[in-house]
Design a protein. Structure first.
Lengths: 356, 161
């Protein structure tokens, strides 16, 4: 018995996504073909969709209210019911799922996108820190990850070899798992460990593979989902937990909010064929594996994960999308998808997906 | 501060009233497919729009998409540098950093001939008291040797000759 049963069965029925190191299009030009591809895949039009929710960041776009312009890609006329989260698209999916639990709508469009190539992502991320004590110091994202990795190494929770193994496994998986991967190819952990440090104790392979991109997902409830999709990826549980915003009061050698979310979705009593983890840094793979209690039998990141193509504001929803696609194709029966937000894995969202 | 006892060495010190934490981030501007063509065309004193394939509406500046129908607008349309004046506003206070603007100045919504949406411009060459909605205007361009790939090539809009 899981922690809770959804009131309404909701499934991911269609997915469209793209990633590349740098895309010289506007956000609306990126999203237009993806939104249309997702809707067309299941033959649904916008007037049949009861709720539309997106995730993106103005700090990333460098423009206020940038998400309003992206709505042009949806075709929001006649007027649509719409919402936006300044979060990864996984949280937009969560909002749509909650709306569907209320029985108000039976079809939803969820999308998110990010283009970090026009700016310096590692610096942009400093603006999410607390504005009095941390942000004025401008610790960039690599430095904060380096501090967490140092703690994990010094306390013996993980080893540098495990970090390199996670990076090597991601690149190998990407060869077949993600045609849009920025990094892929067979490489050994030993080879990676010979590289110099970029932000000691992090080497280049430990860092996110920044990619511009976008993803669109169609959700449908109950009978509509079965009508639209031969093998819907049912959302059996979703949960979101948050650690303190203040890094100084956190134990960075564990991810208590991820563990709490795992408990809420009943991860221990379920079996998963695969897990898609939103791990932007290599050390986060073994760290999350432990925090979520994933056994050795669970295939982690068959898409290569965010280590081979990491799109700020979309990587989390892309994890759900990759997992759902495997279920659509009958390659997996059950999957755990994970999304994170905030500094050093501060916020964690889990989504349990199953085929019939 | 009630209920909080400061350590002895901090007692009596001047309280922090405020902190300044300046933020500056630098971005490249990526215009994208539609706006790139629009900006390049300005170097040739041309104004480009895009036509919606569903209802034929012409949008300027082009954004690669029709916001009404959510479809790509791939067809470019060259628009004349003249049209009608829509709504306007007479401003009598200066804009910081724009000493070149003589007061009062008129900003207006310009609807180019053949376009279905207006865009913003300045109106000059006429007493602001005589500006009227619907009046014909034409672009006043920068000298040819000063043209760049920018909408700033149009200095202002003047009554049609």
């Amino acid at each position: 018995m899981s922690a809770y049963e959804p009131a309404v069965d909701v499934a991911v029925v269609a997915v469209a996504q793209t990633q590349a190191a740098a895309i010289s299009l506007t956000e609306v030009e990126i999203m237009l073909p993806l939104i249309n591809a997702a809707r067309d895949a299941v033959g649904i039009t916008q007037d049949r969709i009861g709720f539309t929710c997106s995730g993106s960041s103005d700090f990333l776009a460098g423009q206020a209210f940038s998400f309003v312009q992206s709505l042009d890609a949806v075709g929001p006329y006649p007027c649509i019911s719409e919402s936006h989260v300044e979060m990864d698209g996984a949280w937009a999916l969560y909002e749509a799922w909650v709306k569907m639990q209320l029985g108000e709508v039976d079809a939803a469009l969820v999308f998110s996108y990010g283009r970090s190539s026009p700016g310096s992502l590692r610096d942009v991320l400093a603006t999410q820190l607390d504005p009095y004590y941390l942000a004025p110091l401008w610790p960039d994202a690599f430095a904060l990850a380096g501090i967490q990795a140092r703690l994990l190494l010094e306390s013996g929770v993980i080893t540098e070899a495990e970090m390199a193994e996670a990076a090597a496994a991601a690149r190998t998986a990407a060869v077949t798992g993600n045609p849009d991967a920025v990094r892929s190819g067979e490489v050994s952990a030993e080879e990676l460990l010979r590289a110099p440090y970029v932000a000691d104790p992090l080497r280049a392979h430990d860092l996110p593979a920044a990619a511009d991109g976008g993803v669109a997902v169609i959700l449908a409830a109950g009978d509509l989902a079965r009508e639209l999709c031969e093998r819907p990826a049912w959302i059996r549980a979703v949960d979101h937990r948050i650690d303190s915003h203040q890094l100084g009061v956190r134990d960075l050698t564990s991810v208590s909010s991820a563990s709490a979310a795992a408990e809420r979705v009943g991860a221990a009593s379920r079996s998963f064929d695969l897990a898609e983890l939103h791990a932007s840094f290599s050390f986060e793979v073994p760290l999350l594996r432990r925090a979520l209690g994933l056994g050795a039998d669970v295939s982690v990141n068959p898409s290569g994960g965010a280590l081979v193509a990491d799109t700020m504001m979309a990587s989390g929803l892309m994890r759900i999308a990759h997992a759902a696609e495997r279920i659509h194709r009958g390659e997996a029966g059950s999957a755990l998808a994970h999304a994170t937000s905030g500094p050093c894995l501060q916020q964690n969202l889990l989504c349990v997906l199953e085929g019939d | 501060m009630s209920g909080i006892t400061l350590p002895e060495k901090l007692q009596g010190v001047e309280l922090v009233q405020s902190v300044r934490t300046p933020i500056r981030l630098t971005y490249d501007f990526i215009p994208g497919r539609a706006a790139q063509a629009y900006l390049r065309a300005f170097a040739d004193k041309k104004i480009l729009g895009q036509r919606c394939p569903v209802d034929g509406a012409v949008y300027v500046p082009p954004r690669g998409v029709c916001p009404m129908h959510g479809v790509a607008t791939d067809e470019f349309v060259e628009l004349p540098d003249r049209g009608r004046l829509g709504s306007f506003c007479v401003t009598r206070v200066p804009i910081p950093g724009r000493k070149d603007l003589e007061l009062p100045y008129v900003s207006a919504w310009i609807l180019l001939d053949g376009a279905d949406i207006g865009f913003l411009g300045l109106v000059t060459g006429i007493d602001p008291a005589r500006v009227e909605m619907g009046m014909r205007v034409q672009a006043k361009w920068k000298p040819d040797d000063e043209l760049t790939m920018s909408a700033e090539n149009i200095l202002s809009w003047e009554p049609e000759a």
